[in-house]
Design a protein around this ligand. Structure first.
Ligand SMILES: Cc1cc2nc3c(=O)[nH]c(=O)nc-3n(C[C@H](O)[C@H](O)[C@H](O)COP(=O)(O)O)c2cc1C
Length: 172
């Protein structure tokens, strides 16, 4: 049984094209895999913690293996709760409109909040970023995010770019 996290980035709801595509996909997915759980994050309904100066200081403290100040601890707890929900999913579906050749700003905010040192990436032995999830857009079956920390913790992630227009499909 897998958990699918559906992340919705359009504010237009019933008028949204990307949400319509995502709903069609999720409906078919539910029929194909009724044993799986689908969770939804509406980025326009969920208040995200700000990724502000104190949160960035907390991130540096993690990277430098330093103690948090009480404020940094509070900030880190807030972003880590969001990141852990993201990391706990097995598969991801995103419905994403194009806004000014990019994504709607709440999605960028979400990406900044969930991309946390020590939670889903760390430094490799060469000092490079080593992600624990990777994007695999091209496979015989539609496949997006593979949680490689669980699948193969000792291998270095392949990093591959992906375009994500409207609804994107999920893994395995
Ligand atoms: C603020 C904003 C910026 C947009 N920027 C672009 C753009 O850069 N390129 C494009 O092709 N369409 C752009 N569009 C059009 C949307 O991508 C299009 O309306 C899409 O259907 C929106 O998805 P939705 O219906 O799921 O909300 C923009 C729409 C909005 C509201």
């Amino acid at each position: 049984m897998a958990t699918v996290l559906y992340i919705e980035a359009s504010p237009l709801k019933e008028r949204s094209h990307t949400i319509e595509v995502a709903r069609a996909f999720l409906g078919a997915y539910r029929e194909a895999r009724p044993q799986d759980t689908i969770e939804t994050i509406d980025l326009w309904a969920q208040a995200l913690p700000p990724f502000d100066g104190a949160t960035i200081e907390a991130k540096f403290a993690v990277l430098r293996k330093k103690e948090f100040t009480p404020l940094q601890q509070e900030k880190w707890d807030a972003v880590r709760a969001v990141a852990r929900r993201f990391n706990a999913a097995d598969k991801y579906v995103l419905s994403v409109p194009m806004w000014n050749f990019s994504v709607p700003y709440p999605l960028k905010h979400y990406i900044d909040v969930v991309t946390l040192a020590g939670e889903n990436w760390t430094w490799s032995t060469w000092g490079l970023m080593r992600p624990w999830v990777t994007v695999e857009p091209s496979s015989p079956e539609p496949k997006l995010l593979t949680p490689i920390a669980r699948a193969n913790p000792s291998s270095y992630a392949r990093s591959s770019a992906s375009h994500c227009t409207s609804a994107a499909a999920v893994g395995q």
